[in-house]
Design a protein around this ligand. Structure first.
Ligand SMILES: Nc1ncnc2c1ncn2[C@@H]1O[C@H](COP(=O)(O)OP(=O)(O)OP(=O)(O)O)[C@@H](O)[C@H]1O
Ligand SMILES: [Mg+2]
Length: 271
């Protein structure tokens, strides 16, 4: 569904103690393919270029070189109707759900915002659709009249997920979407995301620095270091990883069995 071809992106950075600007290669000649209905995970340390690549996929950032094709359409050259269609087809969920929502807006308006960009709906249609979306993410229709401060972090993340699926996207970029939550809440959100993936036939581009979440959740894993993909594996091949960066991540596998057990044997809970 997505083809990324030899994409690079550099930023100029000025530091107050240095006279000259330096150039950071945030993404350095990256190529990859994402299959429809799968979860492709991008794993890497802070500053390795993961979010920059995510933004390039979304079309928010333009690469210096290379191209991104969505169903054969160039994401960065699309105009008019094609551009609108692409915007509807791709959504993003960020890590910090508190700053991702406007505290002064009602939940109904937060969730309806992206769908109103492209669709004209009357108030009754909006309420019906928002109610449906809230139920899909495990919340209640009555929640639509509340404000963000009335929810926990996990519930708020469910609300940002409801907002993301409101335009019936095909690809969702999950940029560290569970990392700021505590472990049990992380698991409940991962369960929700897995269920929605099946129900809505979604494709995920999952950005994380947590190998445990990555291996539970993905089909393919690419390890990013200093802007480059240094290793690319199917999830079942992780044990055969060759690169030092992947091996280091594999060695920190404290809670994996416990989480796995929990995922297999427990119902999704709204926490
Ligand atoms: N708008 C920008 N202007 C200048 N430099 C930037 C910009 N965005 C990112 N960078 C730089 O590009 C590099 C990669 O940043 P990026 O945010 O993509 O990393 P990341 O892997 O998402 O990190 P994290 O795990 O901390 O979110 C970093 O060195 C960062 O400072
Ligand atoms: Mg990031």
């Amino acid at each position: 569904m997505i083809i990324v071809q030899q994409v690079s992106k550099s930023y100029r950075q000025s530091r107050f103690f240095k006279k000259r600007q330096s150039v950071v290669k945030a993404v350095d000649n990256v190529s990859l393919k994402i299959k429809e209905g799968s979860t492709f995970t991008l794993l890497g340390q802070s500053g390795s270029g993961k979010s920059t690549l995510g933004k390039i996929l979304l079309g928010i950032e333009k690469p210096d070189n290379g191209e991104v094709l969505f169903d054969g359409m160039n994401v960065h050259n699309a105009t008019g109707k094609k551009r609108k269609k692409l915007q509807q087809s791709m959504q993003v969920v960020f890590q910090d759900c508190h700053s991702a929502v406007n505290p002064k807006m009602k939940i109904k308006d937060i969730i309806a915002e992206p769908m109103l960009v492209n669709e004209k709906l009357v108030p009754m249609q909006i309420e019906e659709r928002v109610g449906e979306l809230l139920e899909m993410v495990g919340l209640s229709r009555d929640d639509m009249v509340k404000y963000p401060h009335q929810f926990s972090g996990g519930q708020l993340q469910r609300i940002t997920i409801a907002r993301a699926i409101s335009t019936r996207p095909r690809l969702i970029i999950l940029d560290e979407s569970v990392n700021s939550l505590d472990v049990l809440v992380q698991i409940s959100i991962l369960k929700l995301l897995k269920r929605l993936q099946q129900e809505l036939k979604l494709t995920y581009f999952f950005i994380t620095h947590d190998l445990h979440a990555a291996r539970l959740f993905s089909n393919e894993i690419a390890i990013m270091q200093k802007g480059r993909i240094v290793e690319h594996l199917l999830v079942g091949e992780l044990e055969q990883a060759k690169h030092e960066a992947t091996k280091a991540l594999l060695n920190s596998r404290l809670t994996i069995d416990c989480i796995h057990n929990y995922l297999e044997h427990n119902e999704e809970q709204v926490v």
